[in-house]
Design a protein around this ligand. Structure first.
Ligand code: HEC
Length: 153
């Protein structure tokens, strides 16, 4: 069961984990802890599940890349945030995203717990947040790209 591929994946997960990992007070041990972020431990299985679920339940509106430019969004008249832009979710807390996914909002349908348990929702959130990784750092939009000469790599 110790496939190199899995190991690689786990390592990749570490790289994806935001440095802003929760440093919350350790004493909060409520019974409702299951709704809390499960410490963001890298878990390849949950990540894979979240990714698969995203393709099925979310991509039709939000797009596989998360840019929100889909036919469904157009047809429904939705104006969706472009998650490939790091700024789009910067001011939104994880808990807010969690509640939106779990309860729905406006025209977005709720994701039932039977379909996406809390753990999976947290992984969906990190999956979504990672959509802006690997993008050029916050660029000034609208203006002609004044890109400095990039090194050839
Ligand atoms: C029917 C289209 C649709 C589907 C399917 C859908 N969403 Fe959304 N989603 C929306 C709309 C519309 C909003 C904006 C809601 C608002 O602010 O009124 C939204 C907002 C969000 C937000 C809040 C952040 C933001 O960009 O506004 C998150 C997070 C999110 N969706 C995640 C998901 C996930 C995860 C799934 C799949 C489990 C999903 N969505 C499926 C339409 C959809």
């Amino acid at each position: 069961m110790f496939k190199p591929f899995l190991l690689l994946f786990a390592v990749a997960m570490f790289a994806f984990l935001p440095a802003s990992a929760p440093a919350g007070p350790p004493q909060e041990k409520t019974p409702a802890a299951s709704a809390q972020k499960s410490s963001g431990k890298p878990n390849a299985q949950l990540q894979a599940k979240a990714k698969g679920l995203y393709q099925i339940d979310c991509a039709l509106c939000h797009g596989a890349s998360g840019d929100g430019k889909t036919d469904v969004a157009k047809d429904m008249g939705l104006s969706l945030a472009d998650w490939t832009d790091p700024k789009s979710l910067a001011d939104k807390q994880d808990q807010v995203l969690f509640d939106t996914i779990r309860s729905g909002k406006g025209k977005m349908p709720a994701e039932a717990e039977g379909r996406a348990p809390n753990d999976v929702v947290w992984n969906l959130i990190s999956y979504i947040r990672n959509m802006s990784k690997g993008q050029p750092a916050p660029a000034t939009e609208g203006s002609t790209p004044a890109t400095p000469p990039a090194p050839n790599n």
